[in-house]
Design a binder for this molecule. Structure first.
Ligand SMILES: O=C(O)C1=N[C@H](C(=O)O)C[C@H](O)C1
Length: 299
């Protein structure tokens, strides 16, 4: 059965891509990471997004990562990122991932040569028809400079181009407009950790979160509190995670996150160029966040 918007609820972990000391894929660490997420109750996993370093991987490595995630996910949906700049490469990647067993793809708005809103709507309509997999729109203006209008997202949902989207933006008024215009036609997932509880309270059905690599259970707690209308309790439960998010996103993700994972006893190797190891100041922030999370675990 193809994935539908009803399947897009709960926590989806934006997976890092573990590397060995020589920079090659660490297949065993990736398998263990996926199994940990599924055991914790994640609804599915999202490999090779920004957190998974899509731009730094070869075509063959991306397909291998998807295949390994499908093997380890025990039937839970694997929804790989497609971060190619334009149509032909994005279609090629989507077809590779379909062959590797992906349940859907999370495809970023085309960037560098982005086009107007109507061009974006037509792009995703043709893209959906070309890849033959359900598609989630991935909007992240801070990385792409592309911001979608709620009306365009509504049109994309109504013409069947998308079954959902990851909303990675701090524009809360537009988020509310997306929920109002399109929230009954496709699933909105939050991609902004500091806004996650608020997005849930405003109508998101779940999230695609990077720090869930380390703390899936805590994010599921926040999700459940917010989903039951307990926004204040959800925000309180999220407080330690907010300090972690500030430290993790102090530099380009996933450099700080991978270092934090090593500090937390989950070694996943380093990042590939042009990303570099986090600065001393960022590591100090990560250490403070780890102390706060450890203290919070005892509460
Ligand atoms: O890889 C992802 O999916 C995510 N990427 C964003 C980023 O790297 O900026 C962050 C978001 O939490 C998930």
């Amino acid at each position: 059965m193809p994935l539908t918007m009803q399947d897009l609820s709960g926590l989806f972990t934006a997976l890092v891509t573990p590397f060995q000391a020589d920079g090659s894929l660490d297949r065993a660490a990736l398998t263990a990471l996926v199994e940990r997420q599924i055991a914790a109750g994640a609804a599915g996993v999202v490999p090779i997004g920004g957190t998974g370093e899509y731009p730094a991987l070869s075509r063959a490595e991306r397909a291998e990562v998807v295949r390994l995630c499908v093997e380890a996910a025990g039937g839970r949906p694997v929804i790989p990122g497609v971060l190619s700049t334009g149509f032909a490469d994005a279609v090629e990647a989507g077809r590779d991932f379909a062959a590797a067993g992906a349940a859907a793809v999370m495809t970023v708005t085309p960037y560098y040569a982005a086009g107007p809103q109507e061009g974006m709507r037509r792009y995703f309509k043709e893209y959906r028809d070309a890849v033959g997999l359900p598609v989630l729109l991935y909007e992240i203006p801070r990385r792409t400079t592309v911001a979608m209008k709620a009306e365009t997202i509504q049109a994309m949902a109504e013409d069947g181009s998308i079954i959902g989207m990851k909303y990675s933006s701090y524009d809360l008024p537009e988020f509310i407009r997306v929920i109002r215009l399109a929230g009954s036609k496709m699933a909105v997932l939050s991609g902004e950790e500091p806004l996650f509880a608020t997005h849930m309270a405003l109508g998101a059905r779940g999230g695609v979160l990077a720090t869930a690599n380390v703390y899936p259970e805590r994010w599921i707690e926040v999700l459940e509190l917010a989903g039951k209308g307990g926004l204040r309790d959800a925000l309180a439960r999220q407080a330690d995670l907010d300090e972690l998010a500030t430290a993790v996103f102090a530099e380009v993700n996933p450099g700080p996150l991978k270092r934090y994972m090593a500090m937390a006893g989950m070694p996943v190797g380093g990042v590939r160029l042009p990303l570099v190891e986090p600065s001393e100041a960022t590591v100090a922030g990560l250490s403070a966040a780890l102390a706060a999370m450890s203290a919070g675990a005892r509460r």
